[in-house]
Design a protein around this ligand. Structure first.
Ligand code: SF4
Length: 237
């Protein structure tokens, strides 16, 4: 879009004709996600003037959309160091009158290509905990290649983990964690698999290293603390 604007020396046509765009979106009941071309695309640029100026304009567009009867999501930046995430969420929510906020990651460092799904999950966990309403998945192929099916699966599961970590703070959603703690204490492996966000992956790891005693795992084997303490508590009773 910037290339088009520079080439033609004209304003962004979607911005120039925003009211007409809203008419079309309203007619077809489309929710508008207000993206950000000046999003920080590198942690070095996070929370700079360009990003904040665009946020101000997006907040104004969201008001115009609401007046026209079109729902909006407002998108946030993509690369932010950890210590700026909370401020970004706060400013986004305040400036847009608490509209649904879609944080793109954020990636919290730029030097881990191949592991950007993990880098994004760290940022997404925090942004969600601070109040972001929607996060995106990032795959191990981010910044490197078109993701394949395995990359997408890895990215989606990693994003689900991040969303849950955020919900644990934002929505106090901790019941499944408590259940998992109890299942681990009781060495109930099937319950642990059922509670796992990716049961297949958990089953696969355990099956690949089966212990000789099915109660324990191969990490500590005969010295399994769970098993030893349970036996001694049962004896004491
Ligand atoms: S063997 Fe060690 S890691 Fe495995 S369940 Fe027992 S205490 Fe936990």
């Amino acid at each position: 879009m910037i290339g088009w604007m520079l080439h033609n020396d004209q304003e962004n046509p979607l911005y120039r004709n925003f009211d007409y765009l809203l008419e079309i979106l309203k007619e077809h009941e489309v929710t508008l996600s207000l993206g950000n071309g000046l999003r920080a695309g590198a942690v070095h640029d996070a929370t700079d003037r360009g990003q904040i100026q665009e946020l101000i304009i997006n907040a104004e567009l969201a008001d115009r959309a609401q007046a026209a009867g079109v729902q909006t999501i407002v998108e946030g930046p993509g690369h932010i160091p950890i210590d700026e995430i909370e401020a970004n969420v706060l400013v986004m929510k305040r400036m847009t009158s608490e509209r649904p906020f879609y944080m793109l990651g954020p990636l919290v460092t730029d030097i881990a290509p191949g592991y950007d799904h993990i880098v994004a999950a760290v940022g997404a966990s925090l942004s969600s905990a601070y109040g972001a309403d929607f996060i995106c998945y990032v795959t191990p192929a981010e910044h490197l290649a078109l993701p394949n099916v395995e990359d997408v699966k890895e990215g989606v599961i990693t994003a689900r983990i991040a969303a849950h970590i955020g919900d644990m703070i934002k929505n106090k959603d901790r019941d499944s964690d408590l259940a998992m703690g109890r299942a681990r204490r009781d060495m109930q492996w099937n319950s642990q698999f059922q509670l796992a966000l990716d049961p297949e992956a958990a089953r696969k790891v355990r099956a690949s290293r089966s212990p000789h005693d099915s109660k324990v795992c191969t990490m500590c084997g005969d010295y399994c603390a769970m098993k030893i303490i349970k036996e001694n508590i049962d004896l004491a009773r």
